[in-house]
Each structure stands twice: as structure tokens, then as C-alpha cells.
Design a protein. Structure first.
Length: 341
């Protein structure tokens, strides 16, 4: 096989490249690890979230024979969201693989396949970071683009007001007469989320913390006193590489952020676990003829030769994910500051 024809081999078909990038190893991402986002592919480039308001009403006692109390009509509406389109590209030049062919051979494809996979792996790393960035936005209710502009403000889209923060006042001196002040705030958080979800069962609750918030709460006397007499004290000494402990029925974790993928340093975000349909990820198909009306995949990749067909190929990859919380009224945050009110 001649060298130019290698670029036209099955290694660079849309099918092979898409399969390769979807098989690439993705680095650990905490929100992905938590498994709270239910993933599905769709055939369309937008999704409709149906909102049906249903409130329980108290039925009054009436004399026998009186007309029954009519049930109030429930509102029902659909919110249409366009799935973000996130493409990226790279080039694979002939010179990058020219000198790594087996000596005297014109058809050794392995070095070219390795270089192809290296390119795809690097692209996949950027895509994985981008997805975690969007997941962070989804648990905070505001999904941002790379430049910080707003893609979706879920509170605005759903027509609700963002819940007020829970102020933990972690710098205040601890008065033992307060007993479990932080524990009481933990109960407030759980109660607020349960009410926001209309009494749905919340099997678990994780608090993903910024650096300063985690440092303050894990070293707070009330929290430490609970653990110092227990084996779980090791968690507060940093023996857990992920920096996590449980207090007040909440699993507190230092979120391992990097760059723009982070929780604000003096805040935490409370993430309900095990609530069906609360967090969703939708994948739309690529904007390619080969993907029209097909079920969306997590990643896509294709190759296009340069105009001469001899010097390089351009590798284009894309993903089309929408990460959302369908009940943003349940998205509460904690602040290490004192209540300004």
C-alpha cells in the first residue's frame, strides 16, 4: 500500500474513527464517577422537557350530599432546549509518521494507527474536561460556555427563583452550648431539598466543596469532636485520597477541580443522589450526512484529506451533549460565610 493510500484506508473512515474515540480512556471525573447523570442518545438536535405542576390540595370536610370539592387543574408546559454543538479538530501530517515505518516496508500501519489514536486521545481529554465543566454547571443551575458566557440558566428556563444559600458561618467561634449547629444546618439542607422535590425520597446527598469551604468544615470543632473518638477520624486527617467524610447525613467531599472546572472556593454544592430523572445527559447526532436521524453517540470523529490528498489529514471530532438538572429548585448551595441578613 502506498503512503498516501494509507490515509485513505479503513483506519480513517468515519466509522473507525468514531469507534476509536469512543473507546479512548477517559480520565476520572468526579461527577461522572458519581453516576448521577442518566445518559441517553436521541435522534434530534433539541429536547423538550415537560414540566407538569401538580400540588397536593387539602380536601375540606363537607356535609354529606354536598357537591365534592373539584380538583385544581395542573399546569403543563414544555421547555425546548437546543443541544450544544462542541466540535474540535487536529491534523495528522505525513511527516509525523514518515520515519516510524518499519524499515523497508511500505504497508506497516501500526505506527500510523498509534499516531491516530494519540491524536484522538488528546482530543478526548479536552472533551472529557468540557463535559465535566458542563456537569458542574448543571449542578449549579447555570451551564457556561468556554468563554464564561451563559449557555443555559436553568432557573430562567424553568421560570423559578434560585434557592437562597445555606450560610454555615464556619469562621465563627464554636459555642458548645449550641450543640450541633452544623448538624442542624445539615438537616435544614435535607429538609429543603425534600420539599423542593415534593417529598421524593432522596437516598443520598453529596456536598461537593471548594477548597476553603472543605478546609473550614473538616476542621470545625463541632465536626472534629464527633470524629476524634472514632476510627472515622482518619478521614479528617487526610488519609482518604479523595478527601471525604460523612457528617449530618451528608457526604462531604473536596471537589478535585482544575482550571475552570471547579466549585467556588468558599462554597459547596449539594447534589442529591438516587433521584430518578433529576440529572440527565442527552447526546444528539453529529451534523454529518452519515449521522442524520441516527441515535446520538457520546463522541464522533472523521478525517478529511488536505486538498492535495498527500500531505495531511484533518481529524475533526465533536460531541453534542446536554447536561441538565430537571428540577433546579432542588439545587442548593452552602456558603462558609455568615448570613448577611
Amino acid at each position: 500500500m502506498s503512503f498516501p493510500n494509507i490515509f485513505k484506508s479503513d483506519l480513517f473512515t468515519n466509522t473507525s474513527l468514531t469507534a476509536a474515540i469512543n473507546e479512548s480512556e477517559t480520565p476520572p471525573q468526579r461527577l461522572a464517577e458519581l453516576g448521577i447523570f442518566a445518559e441517553r442518545g436521541v435522534e434530534t438536535t433539541s429536547v423538550v422537557i415537560e414540566v407538569q405542576g401538580s400540588r397536593l390540595q387539602i380536601v375540606p370536610a363537607l356535609p354529606r350530599g354536598a357537591d365534592p370539592t373539584p380538583m385544581k387543574n395542573t399546569s403543563r408546559r414544555g421547555i425546548s432546549l437546543v443541544v450544544p454543538h462542541l466540535p474540535v479538530k487536529d491534523q495528522l501530517y505525513a511527516d509525523e509518521v514518515q520515519n516510524v515505518r518499519a524499515f523497508g516496508s511500505e504497508n506497516t500501519l501500526l505506527p500510523i494507527e498509534q499516531k491516530r489514536d494519540e491524536k484522538l486521545a488528546n482530543i478526548n481529554l479536552s472533551m472529557a474536561a468540557t463535559e465535566e465543566y458542563h456537569r458542574i454547571g448543571a449542578i449549579q443551575g447555570v451551564i457556561l460556555d468556554a468563554d464564561g458566557s451563559v449557555i443555559y440558566d436553568l432557573f430562567d428556563e424553568f421560570g423559578i427563583t434560585e434557592p437562597d444559600p445555606i450560610y454555615f458561618n464556619l469562621d465563627a467561634a464554636w459555642d458548645t452550648a449550641d450543640g450541633g449547629r452544623i448538624r442542624g444546618l445539615c438537616q435544614d439542607v435535607k429538609t429543603n431539598i425534600r420539599k423542593a422535590l415534593k417529598n421524593l425520597v432522596v437516598p443520598g446527598l453529596v456536598a461537593l466543596c471548594g477548597d476553603e469551604f472543605f478546609k473550614a468544615i473538616s476542621n470545625h470543632p463541632e465536626v472534629r469532636e464527633t470524629y476524634l473518638a472514632q476510627q472515622a477520624a482518619n478521614d479528617l486527617r487526610g488519609s482518604d485520597a479523595r478527601e471525604a467524610f460523612t457528617y449530618g447525613g451528608i457526604q462531604w467531599e473536596l471537589y478535585p477541580g482544575y482550571g475552570d472546572v471547579e466549585i467556588p472556593t468558599d462554597e459547596c454544592r449539594f447534589v442529591p443522589r438516587g433521584v430518578p430523572g433529576l440529572f440527565q445527559t442527552t447526546f444528539s447526532p453529529a451534523n454529518w450526512m452519515s449521522a442524520v436521524n441516527t441515535i446520538g453517540l457520546p463522541r464522533y470523529a472523521m478525517a478529511t484529506p488536505d486538498p492535495t490528498g498527500e500531505k495531511y489529514i484533518e481529524i475533526e471530532a465533536q460531541m453534542n451533549p446536554l447536561h441538565i438538572c430537571t428540577r433546579p429548585e432542588a439545587l442548593f448551595k452552602g456558603s462558609s460565610a455568615a448570613d448577611p441578613g
